[in-house]
Design a protein. Structure first.
Length: 222
């Protein structure tokens, strides 16, 4: 019965009209309210330029210089000048005159004027010191001073003597002495009785100095 009254849909015609009217009213309200919503938009969106903060300054790119390692150089050492030949000269040197030539027509030892300088050998002299002459060994000990013997004194004398080329004592110097009496008898004995084989230089007699000592002992006095 209701289907015949309201049709097959079962919806009343009056209710449908009311629904359509309500929808239209809502749609109209939305249309009229849209301008008000748009006018309330933030002014920054109205086409104005938005100021931006200044960008930070850009630092210039620093140029990296390549690191150059210092070159190690050896210090320059100045060497002293050394001559090619050092030949000391003295009165005892024997010089070889000229050079030896391989030419059979030139006598040996004749200076040719060419070639290296002649070789000069260095002579080292042969020296020998003075020694006591054994033939006069018993004359070496001086006599005991009588005053020192009576007093029971003993002592020692050290003297420096100059021996001549003939082997005799030419000069006596006191180094030390237990008493003047001991030195006096020693000096007298040395000048008068002491004999030596003189020092030599390449076999030639030479004067020389020598230090000798003399002891005085009562138990050794003859």
């Amino acid at each position: 019965m209701y289907a015949d009254r309201y049709g097959k849909t079962g919806i009343k015609p009056g209710s449908l009209s009311v629904a359509i009217g309500l929808n239209g009213a809502i749609l109209a309200a939305l249309i009229f309210s849209a301008p008000e919503i748009i006018t309330q938009v933030d002014p920054i969106f109205e086409g104005r330029n938005i100021p931006l903060p200044d960008p930070p300054p850009i630092e210039p790119i620093k140029k990296i210089e390549p690191k150059i390692e210092p070159k190690l150089t050896q210090p320059v050492v100045e060497r002293p000048f050394i001559p090619d030949t050092i030949m000391p000269r003295s009165a005892d040197m024997t010089e070889l005159v000229g050079t030896t030539s391989l030419d059979p027509g030139v006598p040996e030892g004749t200076a040719t004027g060419t070639g290296p300088a002649p070789y000069v050998p260095v002579h080292i002299p042969t020296l020998t010191g003075a020694t006591r002459d054994s033939r006069y060994a018993n004359a070496f000990q001086p006599i005991y001073p009588p005053a020192e013997r009576r007093a029971g004194n003993e002592g020692r004398v050290v003297v420096r003597v100059l021996i001549g080329t003939d082997g005799r004592v030419k000069q006596v110097e006191k180094v030390s002495a237990a008493s003047d009496a001991f030195f006096e008898v020693t000096e007298r004995q040395a000048l008068n009785k002491w004999r030596f084989k003189p020092a030599t230089r390449d076999g030639v007699p030479q004067e020389s100095w020598q230090i000798l000592s003399v002891s005085f002992r009562l138990d050794e006095d003859g």
